[in-house]
Design a protein around this ligand. Structure first.
Ligand SMILES: Nc1ncnc2c1ncn2[C@@H]1O[C@H](COP(=O)(O)OP(=O)(O)OP(=O)(O)O)[C@@H](O)[C@H]1O
Ligand SMILES: [Mg+2]
Length: 495
């Protein structure tokens, strides 16, 4: 039997009297890539935060390379050889890439000063190990980089500690296929160095590509640990939830392309995109497929009034409009589900209910007070239809699991009165069952005569779900596809 890297048994933890993990067993061997799988709110991040010293377990035993894990902080965990990349990014936006990577350790000092040159050199080494040294430079300021690149820097930061165990909580959520391939190469390299990797993802196919074994959690309990080659994808999907949700298939709505488009964009340019033209007709879901850095997110930001539009025109229902602020966009009936939910999409210290109804407060006012009955009804509707795992509408959003926070972002936008939804990776971090529900709701929304512009890093989602597709490369639209395509066609076209 190989050496155990992590051995956790009978782990229990509760928050505010609610038990989240129940006698969880979890074992990872030295040098293996081990997946941790389960639906949103199953307890994956919580278990990892216990192993990483962020949370204190109520009971249970953990050993790391056969030594009892007696640390109580992430620094203690690092010392024991465990580094973690969290589900939500934790970089400091105003610092450079190199400063962020070495923030905790600052290993390269000249007396009291940080040795900038050493820092940069080491950062360059790490970035080239990941294979992104031509795209990300140590002196880049983090806030100027896309979420995908920030995610890569998080990984570099974790690797800077030379861990023996690396925990990756949803590392591919905002990466596109090329970056994901690079990450898989890195994982391969680390594995050869006998480093153990714990890999959390909702992209279940990836598990069969890179993981040796997996543990499934359901409602805070260990269901099984298995070798990946003992099971297949369907078995895994079926085992994740107690009741298997049915697969939806949506009939493409027959969109009338002869009438007036709901949204027409003519030759708009910003500092990130150039000469973009597109149309969305009532009832239509239009996809934008592009790699990380292709300008796909920046296109949505322009249409939502975040990035200044230098030239070009926008028409809504045939009428020219000027969108130079998000308020203007909202007034025109446009809503954005942003790429980075924690920064842009949610008020973490407000309740689930407040977050959902915030954008429609005015509509809910009755003689200056909010109509509680109406607002509760809306919130309850979304909690149920999106299957949000929460103790109730009064729970703070901060304490929801990552995927459940994302469901609240989507609910908030759907609850608004808008006629055009701009969706930037809306099912980011959402499990396979909930994903189906969200897609169905978006489809129903469009079918009422609204329009959707849909960006996703998953090309199979775009291929299956969108009525027409624009391909973006380096800030421009290079192709328009009105016929059905498959995922591989898209992968080929975006290169
Ligand atoms: N600090 C906390 N306080 C209260 N409840 C919490 C806290 N952290 C997690 N929870 C609850 O514990 C449950 C498990 O959450 P966790 O984040 O571990 O889920 P997850 O499996 O990582 O899900 P996802 O796939 O959505 O990321 C959720 O119901 C969540 O609301
Ligand atoms: Mg999580």
């Amino acid at each position: 039997m190989r050496e155990q890297a992590i051995s956790a048994s009978k782990i229990n933890i509760s928050f505010d009297g609610v038990q989240i993990l129940h006698d969880v067993d979890f074992h990872v061997q030295k040098g293996e890539v081990h997946a941790l799988v389960g639906t949103n709110g199953a307890g994956k991040s919580t278990l990892m935060k216990i192993i990483n010293g962020v949370y204190k377990k109520n009971s249970g035993r953990i050993s790391v390379f056969d030594q009892p894990a007696d640390y109580e902080t992430p620094e203690g965990a690092l010392h024991a050889g465990i580094a973690m990349v969290f589900q939500d990014l934790s970089l400091i936006p105003s610092l450079t890439v190199a400063e962020n990577i070495f923030l905790q350790t600052n290993p390269y000092r000249k007396g009291p000063l940080i040795d900038d040159r050493q820092n940069r050199k080491k950062a360059e080494e790490l970035l080239s190990l990941i294979g992104v040294d031509t795209e990300i430079h140590p002196y880049d300021i983090v806030e100027n980089l896309s979420v995908g690149k920030q995610q890569i820097i998080e990984i570099a930061k974790a690797l800077s500690h030379n861990p023996r165990v690396l925990i990756l909580d949803e590392p591919t959520a905002s990466l596109s296929s090329t970056e994901i391939d690079k990450l898989f190469d890195v994982i391969d390299t680390l594995k050869k160095k006998e480093i153990s990797i714990i890999y959390i993802t909702h992209y279940l196919q990836d598990i069969f590509k890179i993981c040796d074994s997996l543990t499934l959690l359901r409602d805070g309990r260990t269901v099984f640990r298995k070798e990946t080659d003992q099971i297949d994808l369907q078995f895994l999907v079926d085992s994740m939830a107690e009741t298997v949700s049915k697969t939806f298939s949506w009939n493409r709505s027959s969109v009338d392309h002869d009438g007036c488009p709901l949204l027409e964009v003519k030759n708009i340019s910003t500092s990130h995109i150039s000469d973009i033209s597109l149309k969305i007709y009532p009832g239509e879901v239009v996809g934008v497929a592009g790699l990380l850095g292709s300008g796909r997110s920046e296109l949505l930001q322009a249409l939502f009034g975040i990035d200044h539009i230098g030239k070009g025109e926008i028409f809504i229902n045939g009428v020219a409009v000027r969108i130079d602020s998000s308020k203007k966009a909202i007034d025109q009936g446009i809503t954005l589900v942003p790429e980075n939910r924690r920064e842009q999409g949610l008020l973490l210290d407000f309740t689930v209910s407040d977050n959902v109804v915030l954008s429609i407060v005015n509509r809910l006012k009755k003689f200056l007070v909010i109509d509680k009955y109406k607002s509760n009804k809306i919130v309850d509707h979304y909690i149920k239809s999106l299957n949000v795992k929460t103790t109730g509408p009064g729970q703070l959003v901060r304490y929801l699991s990552g995927g459940n926070q994302q469901k609240i972002v989507v609910a908030k936008c759907l609850a608004s009165d808008s006629q055009i939804l701009l969706l930037d990776d809306p099912t980011f971090g959402v499990d396979i069952h909930a994903k189906q529900e969200i897609m169905k709701i978006i489809h129903d929304y469009a079918a009422k005569g609204n329009g959707v512009l849909f960006v996703s890093s998953e090309f199979n989602e775009i291929a299956n779900f969108c009525d027409s597709i624009y391909i973006m490369k380096r800030g421009s639209i290079t192709e328009f596809l009105s016929q059905k395509v498959n995922e591989d066609d898209l992968l080929y076209k975006v290169q």
